[in-house]
Design a protein around this ligand. Structure first.
Ligand SMILES: N[C@@H](CCC(=O)N[C@@H](CS)C(=O)NCC(=O)O)C(=O)O
Length: 213
């Protein structure tokens, strides 16, 4: 398998965690989204929307969208499941994963921030306020959902799953952007637990071969 990734892309980070949890061998290829490599050339053919991650399977099938990739990995390597079998528990995992993937990430994605800057001429201070606002809205909701579901080691239960794959990279982004996480103690606790897990450590941005300041 080939994973097209960028070290501090949170959606790539989701997939790197899943690959590490499942112990799946893969080749990592960098798409420098700071340099705009996602918008042009061969990568745009792989990813019509112009982004990472993209997974190319051993059979040469191209899969975009991190949650579709997670689902694919879960089907081909079910021994370490990312979702519980119980329908309600599975829905709760998806609920949190989708909250992060649909209600936070797109609003603060690079292309959205770039569009705010140009052509909308939103200045750096207002862009930071925008970023912090959607983090607060989203992580505030995540905190409520997580507290409602109990006090398990990970988001749901005693082993990490798809919700943790989404939560940890989103928290990494929030910390990188200087957002205050003190209102979200359960989020912080799960984040800290995940960071001590070897799969999350292997997938971390600072451990990637393309990492840079
Ligand atoms: N919904 C997509 C989002 C993919 C995405 O946009 N990834 C970001 C990096 S985290 C990206 O490539 N951004 C490039 C840009 O916005 O120009 C997924 O979950 O895979």
């Amino acid at each position: 398998m080939i994973l097209y990734s960028f070290f501090n892309s949170s959606t790539s980070y989701r997939v790197r965690i899943a690959l590490a949890l499942k112990g799946l061998a893969h080749e990592l290829r960098t798409v420098d989204i700071r340099a705009g490599e996602q918008y042009a050339g061969p990568h745009r053919t792989l990813s019509p929307v112009g982004g990472v991650p993209v997974l190319v399977t051993d059979e040469g099938e191209v899969i975009t969208q991190s949650l579709a990739i997670l689902d694919y990995l879960d089907r081909i390597a079910p021994q370490v499941p990312l979702y519980p079998a119980d329908p309600v528990q599975r829905a709760h995992v998806l609920e949190l994963a989708l909250l992060i993937s649909c209600d936070i990430h797109p609003l603060n994605n690079l292309r959205a921030l770039k569009y705010l800057a140009d052509p909308l001429a939103v200045g750096p201070e207002a862009r930071s306020a925008w970023y912090a606002h959607w983090i607060a809205e989203g992580l505030g909701a995540a905190e409520v959902l997580l507290q409602r579901r109990g006090s398990s080691t990970y988001c749901f239960g005693d082993s990490p799953g798809a919700a943790d794959c989404c939560l940890v990279p989103q928290v990494a982004n929030a910390l990188r952007m200087g957002c205050d996480l003190t209102p979200y103690p359960r989020v912080q606790q799960i984040h800290a637990t995940c960071l001590s897990h070897p799969a999350f450590q292997a997938a971390a941005p600072e451990r990637q071969p393309d990492h840079r300041p």
